[in-house]
Unconditional design. Structure first.
Length: 115
């Protein structure tokens, strides 16, 4: 498994995801998504794995409100703002190659380990 965790420092579920992989001695790479963001390639892979951009946007984030995302008509504009303001991502985003989850999903992560 090649695990990447895109999370935020103050996100409780990100800490739980880290603990999940530590306890099982599964190596992972933690990326502070607020600080470093996500490349377009990573974003495209995760978006395909989770069923679209809407699943990735945290509508409760401060960045979502300040960018007036709810008022943008074109999805391309929303995606551009999302990549420019990575604090709008729901976290944790856990990626294993072409597979990805959003939030704390231990049942799915266990199935990755057993596959």
């Amino acid at each position: 498994m090649n695990i990447q965790i895109f999370g935020k420092n103050k996100c409780f579920d990100t800490k739980k995801a880290e603990r999940y992989f530590k306890e099982r001695k599964i190596k992972y790479q933690l990326i502070d998504v607020s600080k470093y963001g996500m490349s377009k390639g990573e974003y495209a892979s995760v978006k395909a794995a989770v069923g679209g951009m809407d699943a990735l946007v945290d509508e409760k984030s401060n960045e979502y409100e300040s960018q007036f995302i709810a008022h943008l008509a074109r999805q391309d504009d929303v995606e551009e703002r999302l990549l420019e303001n990575p604090g709008m991502f729901k976290t944790p985003i856990v990626r294993n190659g072409k597979k990805a989850t959003i939030g704390y999903q231990p049942d799915i992560w266990t199935s990755w380990a057993n596959a």
